[in-house]
Design a protein around this ligand. Structure first.
Ligand code: ZN
Length: 490
């Protein structure tokens, strides 16, 4: 019986594959069928019955109805209208995509277009990485120089900017590259996404990846005992009150724009280099009784967490936030492989899994010699499809979901970004929605091939599955030991 259901499910072209499809009319009660689900699953559950040209949708909420409509829309666009009944609900409540708008700025039309794709794929979280050393992308009234001085840079690509020694310029410089989102644009995006049951989670990065903040407002820089500021530093000064004034003012503006219950505060890759040579940091350490500068990271994260919690929101941070103590209500996003997720779950945190090994879509999707320059490891369609977010020993109740991340150091254009996302985002969508036991690569690949054609016809620039190498197809390039170059052919 199980085999039969799997077979029939695979016979429908939908991505993500639905929980259940039967060619017959389902005569059981929909309300009874969803009663056993978690409340957040009930929200999105639906039953779609197709008899001839007649379509019936059953759902408990408008959101469930919307998911059903998206299934119907995808099937219609694929030229299919299978007779029978689809009963469907999500596996995870967080089904996300992160887009890095700092290293390359792609603009509102691009983001709306990806929101449309996400809706079709039943993804429900767009995580926006809005600031990083290479440019601040969100307008601030309290600190206007953030965009005024760092939204434009010298260097079309991130690496050109790096090679040119990190120079910024202003909007009126015709040789400058960049841009930023106004409050109105972001509110428009939030509303556009909300109509599609997608939450936009903003990320304000701290204390690392923040070179541009110190450029715009030097008072957030560490200060050497000889009075000299650590100009050009990667990290904010966690000792100075000026840092908290800026971060809190910005976060208040951010929370005003984004109603999301979660605010991402970054927390990754602080170098902490200047913290041991700073009068403000030294004073803070003495006051708090710290012996290691690392503890200042924990101080900053906990203080910002309290601020965000006082506004009725919860923080998400990259897995580094675990290392220096953070309250249990903080959600941890595992990116350095899966270890952070396992550790976070053991400590009672809710977890979002986006391990770089499987979910970084800025990584190569095929052989180096046939692909645009990308980052390190091979994350082929098959390999990313095989990812199982629930790691052994992890508490399933704490696993909020799974997310793909698109960092854009090497992805300077919207077309290139789409090329990296599709079809791999199809795999992520199925991992996030479809029960693990129902996933099966061969059938998925067929459906992905057809959906990719549809995406092209809708104007998305995609990877070409027909040119996929045998190595990528095999999905075998799993965990190359660190430092191993990817073979050029095989
Ligand atoms: Zn400092």
């Amino acid at each position: 019986m199980r085999f039969l259901i799997l077979f029939l499910t695979a016979a429908i072209g939908l991505i993500p594959a639905p929980v259940k499809y039967t060619p017959e009319k389902d005569r059981t009660s929909f309300k009874k069928a969803v009663a056993q689900l978690e409340p957040w699953q009930q929200q999105e559950a639906y039953r779609l019955t197709i008899r001839g040209k007649r379509v019936k949708i059953e759902a408990l909420t408008p959101e469930g109805r919307f998911r059903a409509q998206k299934s119907l829309e995808q099937l219609q666009m694929l030229g299919e209208l299978p007779q029978g009944t689809i009963f469907d609900y999500p596996r995870f409540r967080h089904r996300g995509l992160m887009i890095d708008e700092s290293r390359s700025f792609k603009g509102l039309a691009f983001l709306k277009k990806q929101v449309d794709a996400m809706a079709l794929l039943k993804l429900n979280v767009l995580h926006l990485h809005l600031d990083d050393s290479a440019g601040w992308r969100i307008e601030s009234e309290a600190y206007p120089d953030l965009t005024g001085k760092t939204a434009f840079r010298i260097g079309r690509t991130y690496h050109e900017w790096e090679a040119g020694r990190y120079r910024f310029t202003t909007a009126d410089d015709p040789t400058g590259y960049g841009g930023y989102y106004t409050r109105e644009e972001l509110k428009e995006l939030v509303a556009y996404a909300a109509q599609r049951y997608i939450t936009v989670i903003p990320e304000i990065e701290m204390p690392g990846h923040s070179m541009e903040v110190g450029y715009a407002y030097p008072q957030v820089l560490c200060e050497h005992p000889n009075g000299r500021l650590h100009t050009g530093a990667w990290d904010l000064c966690p000792g100075s009150e000026a840092t908290y004034r800026l971060l809190e003012a910005v976060l208040e503006e951010v929370m005003d724009i984004f109603p999301s219950p979660f605010i991402h505060i970054g927390g990754d890759e602080a170098t902490m280099k200047t913290w041991s040579q700073c009068v403000h940091c030294a004073r803070r350490m003495e006051e708090e009784g710290y012996t290691d500068v690392k503890e200042l990271q924990g101080y900053l994260v906990r203080r910002i967490e309290r601020f965000v919690a006082a506004h009725g929101r919860r923080i998400i941070g990259w897995d580094e936030i675990l290392e220096t103590g953070v309250p249990e209500q903080a959600v941890v996003q595992s990116w350095r492989g899966i270890a952070g997720g396992i550790q976070a779950s053991a400590a009672g945190h809710e977890v979002i899994m986006s391990p770089n090994s499987h979910c970084y879509y800025n990584y190569y999707q095929d052989l180096i010699r046939k692909e645009p320059k990308a980052v390190g490891e091979l994350v082929s369609l098959r390999f990313t499809y095989g990812y199982e977010p629930l790691a052994p020993g992890m508490d399933p109740a704490l696993l909020r979901g799974v997310q793909a991340n698109l960092w854009t150091e090497l992805i300077p254009t919207p077309e290139h970004a789409e090329y990296m996302l599709y079809p791999r985002l199809f795999a992520l969508a199925e991992t996030a929605w479809t029960p693990a036991a129902q996933k099966e690569y061969k059938g998925f690949r067929k459906r992905a091939r057809a959906l990719l054609d549809l995406f092209r016809s809708l104007g998305y620039n995609t990877f070409d599955m027909d040119t996929e190498s045998d190595l990528a197809r095999s999905g075998l390039q799993r965990f190359p030991p660190e430092g191993t170059p990817i073979p050029l052919d095989e």
